[in-house]
Design a protein around this ligand. Sequence first.
Ligand code: PLP
Length: 426
Amino acid sequence: MANLTIGGIDCTVLAAASGTPLLVYDEAKIEEQFAAAINNFKSDMFETEVVYASKAFSCKAIFKIAQQMGACLDVVSGGEMYCAEASGFDMKNIYFHGNNKSEEELRQALETGCGHIVLDNRMECEKLVSLADQMGKSIEVLLRVNPGIEAHTHEYIQTSGSDSKFGLSIKEEEAIRNIVKTAMDSKYVDFKGFHCHIGSQITETEGFEKAVEIMVAFVRKMNDRYGIASTDLSIGGGFGIRYTDADKPIPLGEMVQILARTCERIMAEQDVKLNKLLIEPGRSIVGEAGYALYKVGYSKDTETKHFLFVDGGMSDNIRPALYQAEYSCDIATRLGEAKDKLYCVAGKNCESGDILVREASLPQTACEGDLLVMYAAGAYGYSMASNYNRAGRPEVVFVKDGKARRVLRRETYEDQLRLEADEQII
Ligand SMILES: Cc1ncc(COP(=O)(O)O)c(C=O)c1O
């Protein structure tokens, strides 16, 4: 029987120092993934940029690592932008996304010197142009279009892409031309090119290849037909990771290297020149680096199931309840023991759907006080965590070389009460 170690530290030592539920990131793995993306998404034909999609996991510590590693940042709200600024991130390396950016958020971007906005629709473009002109602040923009490719894991489907809440369908040429012209007519808004994002947890190259083909052809068409010159093209994120044995992702470095070669080939075939290509990995940077540690509480047998309850749940990771996401797990304090019993690992939130792992083979000796680890819990767990049942968001620690540092402290009852008010407002 052995205990799981993360970054050289025994999980029981981490749990004793920080309590549970606890999200532990192996910092070296995060750095490895940044390096894999940055060092392999390279070309002699064009510049490249790796933009970390911070919606996957954001805090000052990860922003600092992203900056040190040489990545740019994708933010989707004033809050993410604010956190990036507070971390000392160079604002000119930020790409601000989102389908309904408010006037305040656009002002915030202009005021703080955010380098790039990824425009999503006509109204936003008009608002940005008017604000930038008013404020006399310059900004570069991309426009999000849907190439009509939707990719999920190892399947991709060609869709009209016209009913997404994000961006414009690539078929809406006139509308796209008008938006770009509005941007180009502004003294302060500098149109750089187009952006697309075809999906998430994509483990094959086919969907990306198809998207690049369509986007590069579109760049050419918009130039030939309307004189709209692009210098940059972002092909989004969505690179898959291994949650369970069923996932067989291409390692990130290999994936982005294939993508760079694909872009080169397609640009040469279509005789299109671009200065810069961008990718936006989120999950693949932080997902597998994250380990969620829970304390095992009670267990219960029903006619069909053996429940094992843990001290977290959908309030710290809603993905299984929200879209049946699957994870693998272990009893972190019983590694090496036979996994001879099929459990259903459930959280402690007040919701029947609060199941973390539907079917997990674990040692039958698992008991109250053991630690359970959920692997690959680093993406879209903490960032989607809620205050449901006032459970309190977990603590987050980064471990490296046998040392651990707290980067987000546990949300306390006092933290929750800080938002309480009793003020007459009207
Ligand atoms: C525009 C955009 N870029 C990048 C990402 C990151 O995707 P992933 O975390 O799957 O790499 C997303 C995810 O929703 C996205 O919408």
